[in-house]
Design a protein around this ligand. Sequence first.
Ligand code: MG
Length: 260
Amino acid sequence: MKNITICTLSIFAFVLTTSAQSKFKSQRDSLEFEAAKTEIWSPMPKVVTPGATASEAPSDAIVLYNGKDMNAFQKQGGGAAGWKIDADGAMTVVKGSGDIQTKESFGDCQLHLEFREPAIIKGSNQTRGNSGIWFMNNYEVQILDNYNNPTYANGQVGSYYKQHSPLVAAGRKPGEWQTYDIIFTAPVFSGNGDVASPGRITAFLNGVLVLNNITIYGPVEWIGLPKYRAHASKMPLRLQDHGFDGGEAVSFKNIWIRPL
Ligand code: MG
């Protein structure tokens, strides 16, 4: 009799457990069905292999300079790029040879670039290690040796020249390699040449945020206020030979770009 009771209780417990499991599974299926309504399965992000280090280009980047040749560049306006490649693979400005620009044109992009200010300090203010990254030939993120070198805030390294000061001064000492990682959004022009949406820039200098999605008010001007002029949706990236510095020139390495 006792065995029969235990057996009956066991069956009852089994039925109860199975029933609860079934109910739980049903609830779970229902939740998963609802959750699936907000899942995106297509298109999937393209697989990109990151570089082994932050300096190394990811698999989908266009390498503009890797220490071997300047084939991706030409002199601004045409002709061979007049800069030099040093023994250590750095590409260095030859003062007076002119700016260099990419042969290829770009619009929205992510840019990685490394630069080094000359170790021997000469010049001051804006004539010490001045260069710059000119997106679309018009929009300059400043390169300058600001180490113990006062200058106006909106002309420091990390600035969008004369329009936005860097959030912080994150430059390294002259002679040390520094990194820029920049996201550039091109301005868009309407049919009549007006700006439909202004350009934007986010920039990290040595891994530190210096420009946070700033609005570009127009092409960089040394004198006067910026004013947009309509241009093509893709244009070359230009690197500056400032030309007025007293000492050695700025060097570059590991330049790559990802059109967005
Ligand atoms: Mg400059």
